[in-house]
Design a protein around this ligand. Sequence first.
Ligand code: PGA
Length: 259
Amino acid sequence: MNLHIFDNESTLARAAARLIAARLRDEPRLVLGLPTGRTPIDVYAQLVAETAASRIDWSGVRSFNLDEFIGLPREHAASYRSFMWRHLFDHVNIRHEHAQFPDGMAADVEGECRRYDAAIRDAGGIDLQVLGIGGNGHVGFNEPAEELQAATHRVTLHADTRAANAGWFAGDVSQVPTEALSVGMASILMARQVLLLATGEEKAEAIAGAIEGGITTRLPASFLQLHSNATVMLDRAAASRLTRLEAAPAAPADRPAAP
Ligand code: PGA
């Protein structure tokens, strides 16, 4: 894994946005896999700025989001679709039909999961998968479990994941849906490049396990150790439990430091 540690969230966001923007400039038909959550908000803001500054054309870009709540109408402010349009898609010229999500309102959930995997396959797979990580080590909504799923599937959200999402529902955890659709480990691990982002002390333990621990379904992000082109960007707090990094030099303010 390519590990970069930054002084703070905003330097991390700038570096992540630059990496994504460079891929978009080089490959106008890039297929992105994108996350929602608190972590990517600044990254998307920086990416919008990069897009405006260097006139990046998104008209050929396709995007597949990692997950969506089940039972939340698409126009609900807390749906992941609403999040993506608010923070990114409304501000770039992506074509509406190129921004895809699993449909959490589909009557035929199994059919919807198959449709989503087929759409990713038909697009040629994911070129660049951007990921956050849950405090429990989940990626997408692939929660810690005895077994992980390869394909897009229906998930029962863990209590801590629902609590972590309460902020999108005015702090009321009872409003957070109990289920979601998530891409499986296959579309994440088959992406040609993966960019994992984590900030804050609450991610430090999951990050230490994911990077330095054994590979285990109890910490789904640990499977990224198997990926041949994975970049991890952390702020100091998220990196604080990495024991092998104790002697790593401080990252300059605006430049990633490879330990
Ligand atoms: P966060 O979520 O960015 O809101 O911390 C990350 C995740 O749960 O995957």
